[in-house]
Design a protein around this ligand. Sequence first.
Ligand SMILES: NC(=O)c1ccc[n+]([C@@H]2O[C@H](COP(=O)([O-])OP(=O)(O)OC[C@H]3O[C@@H](n4cnc5c(N)ncnc54)[C@H](OP(=O)(O)O)[C@@H]3O)[C@@H](O)[C@H]2O)c1
Length: 345
Amino acid sequence: MSPTAATSLPASRVPDPREAPALRWGVVGTGWIAERFVAALQRLTVQEVVAVGSRSEASAREFAGRFGLTHAHGSYESLVADPDVDVVYVATPHNRHRPHALLALEAGKHVLVEKPIALNAAEAREIADAAAARGLFCAEALWSLFTPKFDVVRQVLDSGLLGDISSVVADNGEWFAPDHRIQRHDLAGGPLLDLGTYPLALTHWVLGSSTDVLARGTDAPSGVNGQVGALLGFEGGARAVVHTSILANTPVALTIAGSEGSLEVPGVFYRPGPFSVVLTDGTRLDYDETAIAYDALAHQAAEVARRVLAGDTETPVRPLADSIATMALIDAVRAQIGQVWDEER
Ligand SMILES: NC(=O)c1ccc[n+]([C@@H]2O[C@H](COP(=O)([O-])OP(=O)(O)OC[C@H]3O[C@@H](n4cnc5c(N)ncnc54)[C@H](OP(=O)(O)O)[C@@H]3O)[C@@H](O)[C@H]2O)c1
């Protein structure tokens, strides 16, 4: 697509999630995202969620009852050993992703791990190595990249329509109550691993690995990091400005700007919704879709099913190398603000 020829945006190449063949899923954890993931699969796919595992028997039974799941396990060990489960979805707090992903892989299950894939790049590599050693599928559930909207963004970027990309500006700030897990240092709280994963992963997705990182942070009253601003540099002179916060609601917008035009995704940029491309000659191209929010979690599950049944161990939508690179970028930001997790001490 050349700038002069552009009259519309490309169509999404993402298949209807209902067309993906069914896998039998087991869910680790019964929290906020686990609920939305199971609801999305049941509404928009033919995937079979057959089992849930919880630290508590009662929680597992309640969750299984609510969603009509066949098996309720009172431990994660029991869930991963379930012979009726093909693939495990890890939906526990960040600092439990590594142990729970390894638990599933060691039990011979394919695994989809919530974002961020781990606490740091070393842990992410350990998970990737464990999956490779066993020939099992593994991916990070960075759900946005699996959606039709981001497939269209990818095509716009690959087409060169925006010219030479010189800057990415991405923000993700959301106020959280003092009792939310994000306020707890022992659960690797603060915005970076949670909300910050989106703008930082997107920056890498657009510009590749940064060559220098300057970051500054402010603590939240709870004692965890409350917000971070980062200025990233890239080979050739491109820059990214990233901000993430749990202290306040911010626009949650994304701009990718180049010599021929800019792509602007209004908030909440990482969920389904509109975006526009405005070229330097004044041409405006709009993308729109129903903002189905968390039902779009169905797309990542459908991609996992397609890949597993094709015998693949990764997805090109979110290769493990990209997950590791995002963690390395977060490590570099953390080094600048002096943030160390308990597990790293
Ligand atoms: N894709 C997205 O849009 C999205 C949105 C929100 C969160 N997430 C990611 O999903 C993960 C979970 O977030 P969430 O908001 O769902 O958290 P949550 O509501 O607190 O649920 C986490 C679940 O993990 C289990 N768990 C295991 N060890 C735990 C511990 N030490 N403390 C607390 N819970 C523990 C619990 O289930 P049991 O009690 O049943 O064992 C709990 O219900 C995070 O890594 C987050 O980044 C992704």
